[in-house]
Write a protein that binds this ligand. Sequence first.
Ligand code: GLP
Length: 261
Amino acid sequence: MRLVIHADYEKASRWAASYIADKIKNYKKGPFVLGLPTGSSPIGIYKELVRLCKEGKLSFKNVRTFNMDEYAGLSADHPQSYHYFMMDNLFNHIDIDRRHIHILDGMAKDREKECLLYEEAIAKEGGIELFLGGMGSDGHIAFNEPGSSLTSRTRIKTLTEETINANSRFFDGDPAKVPHTALTVGVGTVMDAREVMIIVNGRNKARALRAVIEEGVNHMWTLSCLQMHPKAIIVCDEDATEELKVGTVRYFKDIEKENII
Ligand code: GLP
């Protein structure tokens, strides 16, 4: 696993966006299949991708996207739905063909079927080339809360109190307004991607980042699955490294020194 530490969130986001843009531009094997997250962490990357697209330096015409998750019971036009978030922060501003956007339907009548069909749709596109993700403060990836199977597939998950409280900031600060279940890709779905990139920023993620990087693979910190992935990168800011050992930070800074902006 690579850990690329940048001085601040802006630099980390710019570096990650340019990495993704290069992958898209240099891909010659057919449509580029990109996995995408929501949350505050990827916003800087999305802003940068939009800028590159508007300046004509990047096109999403050859890109197919699959989002990680969606709240159960929220329709696409609900301002706190992940559908809405994605349109607002990325898709409305880039040249992607709407037919190539995939997001789990939180309003699906048969949610289990929706999850099965999602896995099928990913497989039909030949799998995910690059899965971009964020991390919850409890170390979760997508909505794979602590204790999730590290081989899990797309399914319905109950959210923990920590996640509900953390995400209540998007729901007028009221945990009661946050849906208690979500449809989410599994840890196994993320692990099947040929490459995984995670953006982590801020001190509130430091405890989880330490567990994911310095401790063993553990279902209580589901992002620690990355230790078993052949091509994984965590891009972070200095604040997120607060709980790492000095030696760990020095080691990754040294081996990544040419990649730090
Ligand atoms: C939610 C999402 C995750 C995201 C996490 C962190 O739980 N399902 O995909 O990584 O929030 O969000 P933020 O980036 O806002 O800290």
